[in-house]
Ligand binder design. Structure first.
Ligand code: PLP
Length: 394
């Protein structure tokens, strides 16, 4: 008889966004026509920039002509895009060869697929509060999970110690949901610890484009020793509005070896078996992000989201609520007032000022008592939300 992966029965209901949707729908049924100010889900509100749109149109037109038509693309990515991304790292002082860059359909796919490289018996360390996919992907694979709680006392940036008894370390910096960013010395401590233990760091850099303090590392490969312990997973979703278009990239150094195996070679084998590459049209669009024109245009877009962040943090400063993030990250993580729990605070904001945020409890147990605002929303709605928060809690 067929045997199913019973690990799926171990997954908790995707309670967070489901519950948010249920509560907001119920509110709208009771209050038809009310406009909700959505600071909850981490999706972008601005369209793709003109440089990307032009490149996408050109790429579609190429597909219409026999002489420029592309069939299957190389599985690990178009050479021109791999070179472009390696050159992007080079501008930050990180030397990569183009074939250490793998073009992907986005970070979510990679965060799940990359686990193919590791045996089921290897344990995964998840720093919480955390992006929920890390935990779920490892539950599906039947892997032991070590939850490392962080909190206000360490600025949501915990340091490694021997309780971090795991083989695969998830580090997300800038962090979703807390907006906290590891400094160089802190990240170096994780790199050194991973090398000492023989662990592998999965470094989620989905929000690196939001770093404005140039002393903070954008890439784990800015740290000494990262080439022997880390994989970096990146995305154009929040950098350039590709959430619906789908494009990302993953860096695996050729020097990364564990258990006598080379992880770069393993991933080449994995990709050539399990994918036929990313759409040539999207890769052309993605390459436009890294041109001078594209970079200038996405900087403007990121500035708009940063303006949203400033609007919200100004209101929080006025009220005197504790928060982190919002400066080098598109998320603001605040402590709910007066010891309120995060779902009660969610209801309070929804019912009194029609603001939808995300309760911290959805990101792990230590997220209880905290709340996440996304800064990806519409600027007018964000400004109105800031006014209402100040009036309600000020
Ligand atoms: N990693 C983190 C921390 C995220 O917050 C997200 C999306 O919100 C992703 C990865 C997924 O990004 P992508 O759209 O590239 O799949």
């Amino acid at each position: 008889m067929i045997r199913m992966n019973t690990q799926y029965a171990e997954l908790k209901e995707s309670y967070l966004f489901f519950n948010i949707a249920q509560k907001t729908q119920a509110y709208l049924r009771e209050n038809p026509g009310k406009h909700l100010l959505r600071l909850g889900i981490g999706d972008v509100s601005q369209p793709l920039c003109p440089a990307v749109i032009d490149a996408l149109h050109d790429a579609v037109n190429e597909q219409a002509k026999k002489e420029s038509f592309h069939g299957y693309m190389p599985e690990c990515g178009a050479p021109y895009l791999r070179e472009t991304i390696a050159a992007h790292y080079g501008r930050r002082g990180v030397t990569l060869s183009a074939d250490e860059v793998f073009v992907s359909s986005g970070a979510s796919d990679e965060l799940g697929d990359i686990l193919d490289l590791f045996d089921k018996s290897s344990a995964a360390l998840v720093i919480e509060p955390a992006y929920p996919a890390y935990v779920d992907a490892n539950i599906m694979a039947g892997r032991r999970i070590v939850h490392l709680a962080s909190g206000r006392e360490n600025g949501f940036l915990p340091m490694p110690d021997d309780t971090a008894d795991a083989d695969i370390f998830y580090i997300c910096s800038p962090n979703n949901p807390t907006g906290a960013v590891f400094g160089r010395a802190q990240l170096q401590a994780w790199v050194d610890y991973a090398n000492r233990r023989g662990a592998v760091i999965l470094f989620d850099a989905a929000y690196e484009a939001y770093i404005e303090d140039e002393t903070l590392p954008h890439s784990i490969f800015e740290l000494d020793g990262a080439r022997t312990c880390a994989i970096e997973i990146c995305s154009l979703s929040k950098t350039a509005g590709f959430t619906g278009t789908r494009l990302g990239y993953t860096v695996i150094p050729k020097t990364l070896e564990r258990g006598g195996m080379n992880l770069h070679a393993m991933w080449v084998r994995n990709r050539t078996t399990k994918t036929n590459g990313v759409s040539c049209i999207l890769q052309k669009g993605g390459a436009a992000v890294f041109t001078d024109e594209g970079r200038a245009q996405i900087r403007k877009q990121i500035a708009l989201y940063k303006h949203n962040a400033k609007t919200l943090t100004d209101a929080l400063d006025k009220i005197g609520l504790w928060y982190c993030g919002g400066k080098n990250a598109p998320y603001i993580w605040l402590q709910c007032p007066d010891g309120t729990d995060s779902w009660t605070f969610f209801d309070l904001l929804l019912r009194n000022v029609q603001i939808v945020g995300t309760p911290g409890a959805g990101f792990g147990r230590c997220g209880e008592g905290y709340f996440r605002f996304s800064t990806f929303g519409d600027p007018d709605d964000t400004a109105e939300a800031a006014r209402r928060i100040a009036a309600l809690l000020g």
